[in-house]
Design a protein around this ligand. Structure first.
Ligand SMILES: Nc1ncnc2c1ncn2[C@@H]1O[C@H](COP(=O)(O)OP(=O)(O)O)[C@@H](O)[C@H]1O
Ligand SMILES: [Mg+2]
Length: 315
């Protein structure tokens, strides 16, 4: 299939999808260009899996239009299946097969042979586990196998649903390295869903923040941060909470969040260097005492709090 590099490879227009009274997707638009890495970032229940499954042709929207490589799923199923590689949120394997046998089986679906199996084992760094039964693989190794399967037919677009959820940091980092090198060596486009802001920041040029079935914001990390109300954060712990002064009417303070249990205060401010002396002065006057003061730039998590009042990791 020839397809221009300047046309979007995914076009989703005004997608709606409900499950009884639950609006899983409520008017989603999405456009992905070739060779781009896009993160669909949102908390549990945001609608990420529903959206990727609609892109994958596994589910169908109630209304709205979805096109891959300029084509609808209807009438183009076989062709589109060859263009995309998918890894579902939960992958079940045949436990009685080895890693190699599993890859061999999937390779046979596409008429591919052992050479491709060896290439995949090398790409996902599972050579040493090729003779292990799948049932004995660790969580990270299973995810690498799922990734290997999604890559077997050399797809142009890879769609990964929560590829590192539940993995330890080392296993997560290893998956990131594999995905980075895929992008560099194969020019594969990728959509991944995640609720880890570090994953979106680390892997994806484009970030689409999604919550309650709606796209809240999209762009590069820099675009999202520069579009936010503020880009600076001051955080500290208050030692005597009852004496903490009121900052709600300060124009410098765009948002203030207090964790009643830990005493952690998070302030989004327009300019740290302007506001910090005033903050310290007022705190000294009140005598409430603070500890662990730090200043930093906003993260995607802060942006999500700005937009929804909740944390990305809140269920
Ligand atoms: N098959 C289904 N039946 C009923 N409700 C569903 C189904 N799939 C998803 N949902 C609901 O739709 C919303 C979005 O789910 P999902 O797309 O899985 O979110 P995410 O992947 O972001 O966690 C949730 O409220 C979920 O409970
Ligand atoms: Mg999901």
């Amino acid at each position: 299939m020839t397809y221009s590099q300047t046309q979007p490879i995914v076009q989703a227009v005004n997608i709606h999808k409900s499950f009884k009274e639950v609006k899983a997707l409520n008017g989603v638009d999405l456009e992905i260009m070739p060779s781009e890495f896009t993160a669909l970032l949102g908390p549990n229940g945001a609608g990420k899996t529903t959206l990727v499954e609609i892109i994958e042709g596994i589910q169908f929207p109630d209304t709205g239009e979805i096109k891959l490589f300029g084509k609808h799923w209807k009438g183009n199923k076989d062709e589109l299946h060859h263009q995309i590689g998918i890894s579902l949120q939960e992958t079940r394997f045949e436990d009685k097969l080895t890693t190699r046998e599993t890859l061999k089986m999937f390779a046979s679906f596409y008429g591919l042979n052992n050479t491709r199996v060896d290439e995949i084992l090398s790409i996902v760094n599972l050579q040493e586990k090729q003779r292990s039964y799948v049932v004995n693989l660790s969580g990270g190794q299973r995810q690498k196998l799922a990734l290997g399967i999604s890559l077997i037919h050399n797809p142009k677009l890879l769609i990964l649903d929560e590829p590192t959820t539940g993995l330890d940091p080392t296993a997560r980092r290893e998956i990131w390295d594999i995905l980075h090198s895929l992008q560099e060596t194969h020019g594969t486009s990728m959509i991944l869903t995640t609720h880890y802001m570090e994953e979106a920041e680390n892997l994806c040029k484009n970030i689409v923040i999604i919550d309650k079935g709606k796209v809240l914001a999209k762009g590069t990390l820099e675009e999202l941060i520069s579009a936010s109300k503020t880009s600076e954060i001051i955080q500290f712990k208050v030692l005597n909470k009852s004496l903490f002064p009121d900052f709600t009417n300060y124009s410098d303070v765009k948002q203030i969040e207090k964790d009643e249990i830990s005493g952690l205060v998070t302030m989004q401010v327009s300019n740290t260097s302007d506001f910090l002396p005033e903050l310290i002065g007022k705190i000294n006057l009140a005598g409430c005492g603070i500890a662990e003061l730090r200043c930093r730039y906003v993260t995607l998590d802060d942006l999500f709090i700005q937009m929804t009042g909740r944390k990305l990791t809140d269920a």
